[in-house]
Ligand binder design. Structure first.
Ligand code: NCD
Length: 476
């Protein structure tokens, strides 16, 4: 196994063994940061940051300088040809012909995947909108591992903006991969998106217990616990032992509290932001006095705003500046491995499988598109060349996952491209909840958002559509 020439777009791109390899090389790098000047001599890294950044960009650039490489940089979308209407694919091709590795941050979800598809050199996602931020996750996991020696079996609480926080989205899957339990503590209205919960519970095993079932003692605490994910290897399976109260489950305390700021740049109106801001929970000395937090690592990807009091900085449990500092050796290790200037063979037995389900793929040039307005695939400049592509992750109800932003869609209508030797009377569309969804071979499936769309393509409603319409009318 080698990381040479690979991309890091989502945390799923790395197996546990590969993550451990990055950590052991980061250990080596941090012991001799100043002695690595020959490792990447002659290589160029392009840092393209089209959203604000301090830590991520500067630690990547420091890492490359420490490795003896050079850096070219574009940090303002307005100063690049993207503002003239150039597509991300064209930009990626061009930068790919100048540099040896690209680090990209961009507001559109799935944009890093497009860069990786077209650049022809290794690409690292430094944050694509609210989707993922896998290198921050490496710094977070590395910190937990350094402080607690293991991740398995720990209880990690995720706090604040779990809806838009991309560091949260990458961290959730990483924690599940390493066998930690996750406590979800969202600010009201900023719960983890449904498509992430679905992926977590179907692909990583484990159980999710929602708020309603939680013990009253926990509900009444200032700790805004909303749900608990227990990994399959957890000794306490809540769902299997419903009579065991959460208070017992929590007796060992919280191992890490991962605080995040309100991602205000993802809100569409100031009014919406103000309403949510009022209820945003704050981590301060008073909260950390609680029994639950006696040995808790207080973490934050930074920048902090109001959600984490400055008074916590002097507390030995605070970890956030260490997390940020560890960004340099982690990124040094990652760059050297992706460029192949350091190759560390990973024994096959250490490569614990990242859960992978071979979902059928749905890919048609026209028709259904991702319904996430922040997805790269629906932007005017990108929709000209990106073919919508989805994984069919469920048939009941029919659920698609966009391969770019990973949002879920539950389309209502389907048809088969194989309409019985071209006989017009059999050119019918059906409800997606009819048995046809399994009968039509995935390769022949045509999926529509609306009946209008099906009809505009010349399909007529089948009796299954009429039946569903009748059922819906009755319900009304
Ligand atoms: C995070 C990000 O950009 O997502 N910052 C970082 O990279 N350390 C977190 C944030 O901005 O809130």
């Amino acid at each position: 196994m080698s990381l040479k020439n690979r991309n890091l777009v989502t945390i799923d791109d790395l197996s546990n063994g590969e993550i451990e390899t990055i950590f052991s090389l980061a250990d080596e790098m941090s012991e001799s940061v100043k002695k690595q000047m020959n490792l990447c001599e002659g290589f160029i890294m392009a840092t393209l940051f089209y959203e604000p950044s301090t830590r991520t960009r500067l630690s990547f650039e420091t890492a490359m300088h420490r490795l003896g490489g050079r850096v070219i940089s574009a940090a303002d979308i307005g100063a690049t040809s993207l503002s003239k209407g150039e597509s991300i694919a064209d930009m990626a091709r061009v930068v790919g012909s100048y540099a040896d590795i690209i680090v990209i941050r961009h507001p559109w979800e799935g944009s890093a995947k497009v860069v990786a598809d077209y650049a022809g050199i290794p690409v690292i996602n430094a944050g694509d909108g609210g989707h993922q931020h896998p290198t921050q996750t490496l710094c977070d996991l590395y910190t937990i591992k350094k402080e607690r020696q293991t991740i398995k079996g720990l209880k990690i609480a995720l706090w604040g903006d779990l809806k838009y926080g991309r560091t949260i989205h990458s961290l959730i899957f990483a924690l599940a991969k390493f066998g930690a339990d996750i406590l979800f503590c969202p600010s009201p209205g900023l719960e983890v998106p449904e498509h992430i919960i679905k992926k977590l519970t179907t692909e990583y095993g484990g159980q999710l217990e929602k708020f309603e079932a939680l013990d009253q003692t926990v509900k009444d605490s200032p700790f805004p616990l909303d749900a608990i994910y227990t990994t399959p290897s957890s000794p306490h399976q809540l769902a299997m032992m419903p009579d065991i109260s959460i208070a017992v489950e929590m007796k060992s305390g919280v191992d890490a509290l991962y605080v995040t700021r309100l991602q205000k740049e993802r809100f569409t109106t100031a009014k919406e932001e103000q309403a949510i801001k009022k209820e945003y929970p704050v981590v301060d000395k008073k909260l950390l006095k609680g029994k639950l937090f006696k040995k808790t690592l207080v973490m934050h990807p930074l920048p902090r705003v109001d959600e984490l009091a400055y008074e916590v900085d002097a507390d030995p449990r605070s970890m956030y500046f260490k997390q940020a500092a560890r960004g340099v050796p982690i990124r040094m290790a990652l760059i050297a491995l992706l460029l192949g200037t350091r190759e560390i063979p990973i024994p096959i037995e250490d490569v614990s499988p990242t859960p992978k389900i071979d979902y059928p793929v749905y890919r048609r040039a026209s028709g259904i598109r991702c319904n996430n307005s922040r997805c790269v695939s629906v932007q005017e400049t990108e929709a000209k060349y990106i073919k919508p592509e989805f994984k069919i992750v469920d048939f009941k109800p029919l659920t698609l996952r966009c391969i770019y932003c990973e949002h879920g869609l539950e389309p209502q209508y389907i048809a088969s491209s194989d309409w019985h030797e071209g006989r017009l009377e059999s050119k019918k569309y059906h409800s997606a909840d009819s048995h046809w969804v399994r009968k039509i071979k995935p390769g022949n499936l045509i999926i529509f958002d609306t009946e209008k769309e099906a009809q505009s393509r010349g399909f007529k409603p089948s009796s299954y559509v009429k039946r569903t319409r009748r059922k819906r009318l009755k319900k009304k």
